[in-house]
Design a protein around this ligand. Structure first.
Ligand SMILES: *[C@@H]1O[C@H](CO)[C@@H](O)[C@H](O)[C@H]1NC(C)=O
Ligand SMILES: *[C@@H]1O[C@H](CO)[C@@H](O)[C@H](O)[C@H]1NC(C)=O
Ligand SMILES: *[C@@H]1O[C@H](CO)[C@@H](O)[C@H](O)[C@H]1NC(C)=O
Length: 321
């Protein structure tokens, strides 16, 4: 129970590396809840979530996996015209209007086997120009557990409900969230016969959500039991046309790509396990196992699928009472 405060302290005083998958602010004693029973995300609930913006417009989501790296999807960066110089990663806030951190992007690395037709290998990394400064609002998400547990306890997807990135007024600046259930892969192939083994299906309760273009690139995160760490399991990738029922959302199956991620990070000179020098001084995490290869932070960015989440969320909204 002392842990959250220790983490906070460390993060605040040193800006050092912190554990992945934790939510010091949200799980701590103090909660800045703005909406009760709604599905607006609470402050600090998804501290790994980032908005990727091009010239001030949110276009895709992403997740922080280390201080140098943002995980997102390849289809957001399909166009060769997108230059890293035009991109900004917004981190450290659930409300885009008060975003606390803006980080520039040094490099966009798409999976070289990304197939636009099948959407296979829909994964990309953004290398940041400057490292993310971790605090209680910016925390890296853990990469998937190995082996993957037979079932996860709780899963969520979140994103900024941007319905039209050309019209700023249509942008919801608050981060929205929806609970997700992972669907059996075989079952899902009945709906999506072209599903590859690199994909994962999830839906919102019984009310499957449609595939409008959602907040592509955003993370699907799960935990193993209450209070435990959060792991990223999928990346929002695609779905079917908006409005169709019985159609789950399709996610990039992250566990198939952890080696790819580690390799890219290594090649690019910013390995995931590299600890900031200042962090080495503080081995103050008593009784805390620095287990699992949790990568540090990063900032992703993406756009394109800009409707999936809004649909999910709207649907969820209408279902919640
Ligand atoms: C989902 O829907 C089916 C058919 O409408 C129903 O039989 C089932 O009980 C529902 N499951 C849940 C969890 O609501
Ligand atoms: C991806 O994961 C699935 C399910 O675990 C597995 O069947 C498949 O072989 C994996 N594919 C690759 C390329 O690792
Ligand atoms: C830390 O790791 C040790 C050995 O690996 C294990 O026995 C212990 O239960 C772990 N503690 C926590 C808090 O996970």
């Amino acid at each position: 129970m002392i842990l959250p405060s220790i983490l906070l302290l460390v993060a605040h005083t040193l800006g050092a590396n912190i554990e992945c998958g934790v939510r010091p602010l949200y799980d701590g004693k103090i909660r800045y809840s703005r909406i009760i029973g709604g599905q607006e995300a609470e402050v600090g609930e998804f501290p790994w979530q980032v908005s990727i913006q091009e010239k001030g417009h949110h276009f895709c989501g992403g997740s922080i996996i280390s201080e140098w790296w943002i995980l997102t999807v390849a289809h957001c960066f399909y166009s060769d015209e997108i230059s890293p110089l035009d991109l900004i990663v917004i981190a450290g806030s659930s409300d885009l209007t008060t975003a606390s951190m803006e980080i520039q992007v040094a490099n966009i690395i798409r999976h070289k086997n990304f197939q636009r037709l099948t959407m296979d290998n829909d994964i990309a990394l953004l290398k940041l120009a400057t490292p993310i400064y971790f605090n209680d609002m910016t925390v890296p998400i853990c990469l998937p557990l190995h082996p993957t547990p037979p079932s996860w306890h709780e899963c969520w997807v979140a994103g900024w409900g941007v319905t039209n990135s050309d019209d700023k007024r249509s942008m919801k600046t608050d981060l929205m969230k929806a609970p997700m259930h992972i669907i059996d892969w075989k079952e899902c192939t009945k709906v999506f016969p072209k599903l590859t083994t690199n994909m994962l299906c999830a839906s919102y309760g019984n009310e499957s959500y449609d595939a409008c273009q959602g907040d592509s690139g955003g993370p699907l995160v799960c935990n193993t039991e209450p209070g435990n760490k959060w792991y990223q399991v999928g990346i929002i990738s695609w779905g079917r046309s908006c409005g169709k029922r019985g159609s789950p959302g399709i996610y990039t199956l992250l566990s198939n790509y952890t080696l790819w991620i580690e390799k890219i990070a290594q090649i690019e000179g910013k390995p995931l396990d590299a600890k900031p020098k200042r962090a080495a001084v503080k081995k103050k995490m008593r009784g805390r196992n620095q287990s699992s290869k949790c990568p540090a932070l990063g900032y992703p960015q993406s756009w394109l699928l800009s409707c999936l989440l809004p649909c999910v969320l709207l649907r969820a909204l209408s279902n919640w009472e």
